[in-house]
Design a protein around this ligand. Structure first.
Ligand code: URA
Length: 230
């Protein structure tokens, strides 16, 4: 790997900043200062930046317990974003695998691995997402039947895939869907004459929100959780 590439993939520096650091003599390979940004590092060499040894990190996979009021974006000029809740050194090249509305809380997955996030979000991959949904009127049997059959949403040409509904209380359900259309849960409930008062994502596939995470808390996914998305 080239020295500038190594430094940018193993430190918070961008490729441009890595080049500047190398030109400034801040990088050493096996104890020697290297000023050639494109020189290839021999296998097993020790690379040091500003006196700190670096190791190349692999892809990153995180879960965040998203609080209300935080937007599922990497940047926003007005509102705090999911990335603002993470330490800066973890956020480089991170993107969100399956957004939530600003007022929705719960499980948000973030990764640097584009192929993995595609499997979370692609409508062609059946990756179920379960939401706890607070309603403003009790759910009716006919609404459950419609949701479980696959309703046609206003302005959408294709009906939804059948959802699964578990009634927790008359005005609180767990809804499992495998698509991720725009405002999907809110629109599904509106289509059956109800209204979503509170929405919280509990799980994505076999990955459940860690109950130890307070609102705004995050942790890295385990190897098992990462491998469960296929
Ligand atoms: N469906 C919605 O309506 N909003 C979300 O945030 C997620 C699913």
């Amino acid at each position: 790997m080239r020295l500038d590439q190594f430094i940018s993939s193993s430190s918070p520096l961008s490729r441009k900043e890595a080049r500047r650091a190398i030109h400034a003599g801040r990088a050493e390979v096996d104890g020697e200062v290297w000023k050639d940004t494109g020189k290839h590092i021999p296998a097993g060499a020790e690379v040091v930046l500003d006196g700190t040894p670096l190791t190349v990190k692999g892809e990153r996979y995180l879960m965040l317990n998203k609080p209300a009021g935080v937007v599922s974006a990497t940047r926003d000029s007005e509102h705090p974003t999911a990335l603002d809740l993470l330490p800066a050194e973890l956020t480089k090249d991170l993107h969100i695998a399956g957004r939530l509305d600003a007022d929705t809380t719960g499980l948000l997955l973030l990764t640097t691995d584009g192929k993995w996030s595609h499997r979370v979000t692609s409508p062609r991959v059946d990756c179920p997402k379960t939401y706890r949904v607070g309603l403003n009127t009790p759910i009716t049997d006919s609404a459950i039947e419609e949701l479980e059959t696959g309703i046609l949403l206003h302005n959408d040409p294709k009906p939804m895939k059948p959802a699964q509904v578990k009634v927790v209380e008359p005005q609180l359900i767990e809804l499992t869907i495998s698509e991720g259309r725009y405002h999907q849960v809110k629109r599904m409930l509106a289509a059956v004459g109800n209204h979503v008062e509170a929405l919280h994502r509990q799980s994505i596939g076999a990955i459940s929100l860690d109950p130890k995470l307070e609102a705004g808390g995050y942790r890295e996914l385990t190897e098992q959780e990462i491998a469960s998305i296929r």
